[in-house]
Design a protein around this ligand. Structure first.
Ligand code: ATP
Length: 274
């Protein structure tokens, strides 16, 4: 399978703090890759180093085989890597449409800008409905959609998403993750940092778990979801097995939801009260 992005032995320091100690990652074309890990593991540093905001000490960041490591952020953006940062950074005094237009700042062709608007409004119809609304008056979920939409306005090859589920209610998170999957299916490769482990693993083609600046483990989303030891050690406690009575009751009329999805919804509810 063709890889759009390859990160090799990446080392990053903030002064005497070594934040990345030789990180390797591969992002295949048109796939969703999730990065998990505890606070301070180096997830955001990885994203910011890819987008050129943070400079690295050594290693390689290959975009379609060409090293972009330590290039200026605008050069990296021009080559096709677009980031939706943690915290969304929506421009408050502007409308939804103006925010999206700013996302397309580097695109000269009017027809390409129009195509991007169509694509974003197709992915997030609510943004079209709200296009003349002040961006700050959007709900948290809509603001997240706007942040992702804005990053898509340059028609990127790779989309970097830093914690898109932050502070959102579980159902909205599910919605956003499904759209992320759709974006990847349309050919944009996605690298997404997440705290919402179970739910993001449900849509991940591949995932990396970071710990103290290194890759602790990696595998397909399915494999990591089934790895009980990993789930309890790194991704939160596993749910207790329900009693026989509770299981029988659930069997009576419950909608068909996989155990993993139930876990995800529960975890989202606990982690992301809105
Ligand atoms: P979180 O989930 O809390 O956002 P993270 O996995 O994204 O954590 P990073 O933000 O990449 O982790 O931080 C990795 C390490 O680098 C941490 O020890 C952090 O304290 C340190 N660090 C991050 N940014 C800076 C900075 N600007 N100056 C100094 N140290 C930093």
């Amino acid at each position: 399978m063709e890889n759009i992005l390859e990160i090799k032995d990446l080392v990053v320091s903030y002064g005497i703090i070594r934040a990345l100690k030789g990180v390797d990652m591969v992002i295949p074309k048109g796939k969703t890759v999730v990065v998990l890990g505890a606070n301070g593991a180096g997830k955001t540093t990885t994203m910011r180093t890819i987008s050129g905001v943070v400079k690295s000490v050594s290693g390689q960041i290959l975009l379609e085989g060409k090293d972009i490591r330590n290039k200026q952020p605008y050069v990296i953006a021009k080559r096709g890597i677009s980031q939706s940062p943690e915290g969304r950074l929506i421009l408050g005094g502007l409308t939804v449409e103006e925010n999206l237009r700013i996302g397309a700042y580097s695109v000269k062709s009017k027809s390409n800008i129009k195509k991007s608007f169509d694509q974003v409004y197709d992915l997030f119809p609510i943004l079209k409905e709200r296009k003349d609304q002040q961006a700050t008056t959007l709900s948290g979920g809509e603001q997240q959609m706007l942040a992702i939409g804005r990053a898509l306005m340059v028609n990127p090859k790779v989309l970097l998403l830093d914690e898109p589920s932050l502070g959102l209610a579980p159902l909205i998170v599910k919605d956003i993750f499904q759209t992320v999957k759709k974006i990847a299916a349309e050919g944009v490769s996605v690298l997404m940092v997440e705290q919402n482990a179970r739910q993001s693993l449900l849509i991940a083609d591949y995932a990396y778990v970071m710990e103290l600046g290194t890759i602790k483990t990696h595998g397909t989303g399915d494999t990591l979801l089934k790895d009980d030891a990993l789930i309890s050690a790194y991704l939160g406690k596993k749910k207790e097995k329900p009693s026989a009575a509770a299981e029988a009751k659930a069997d009576e009329g419950a909608a068909e939801t996989s155990a993993a999805e139930e876990d995800a919804a529960d975890e989202g509810a606990a982690d992301n009260p809105e």
